[in-house]
Design a protein around this ligand. Structure first.
Ligand code: ZN
Length: 154
């Protein structure tokens, strides 16, 4: 019986692939940011951003809310999205690995920038996005280290 259970568990992982666990305390289903209209645009991967494109996926969150590790992860380093000093209030994040994926989470104040965090434990707190982008749907930005589309993992 135990062997059957293990076999099914393996099959399940192969079929369904990796899925991110809950990222933000107020968003148990990892609901994605839709369109906020101009000037903020949409939260999906590949959305237009001026002359460029959005290289990540935005998951709804609220300023100051707790952000959780979506898997057991190893934090590799601090990683920031901007060089513009006008955006300093939200210019923080971390790069980590878990479930054989390398990814970055932006707009969070991390509790640490190295070491391990278990799934569901606190990674940090969402920074005050409304201060920099008034009226936007506040969110965590998820970006794969190779800039591929993270949507398949949600
Ligand atoms: Zn984003």
């Amino acid at each position: 019986m135990k062997q059957v259970v293990v076999f099914l568990a393996v099959l399940c992982c192969v079929c369904e692939g990796v899925r991110f666990g809950q990222l933000c305390a107020g968003n148990p289903g990892n609901t994605k940011r839709g369109s906020d209209g101009p000037p903020y645009g949409s939260g999906h991967y590949g959305a237009s951003r001026g002359s460029g494109t959005h290289r990540g996926l935005d998951i709804k969150c609220t300023d100051g809310q707790t952000v959780y590790a979506p898997f057991d992860v190893t934090i590799e380093r601090r990683s920031v999205p901007y060089t513009d000093p006008a955006k300093a209030a939200i210019n923080n994040g971390i790069q980590m690995r878990g479930e054989n994926l390398c990814f970055k989470l932006f707009y969070i104040q991390p509790v640490k920038t190295s070491g391990s965090v278990r799934k569901g434990q606190k990674l940090g707190t969402l920074l005050p996005m409304q201060r920099v982008y008034p009226g936007i749907t506040s969110h965590v930005h998820v970006q794969m280290c190779d800039s591929s589309d993270p949507t398949r993992y949600f």
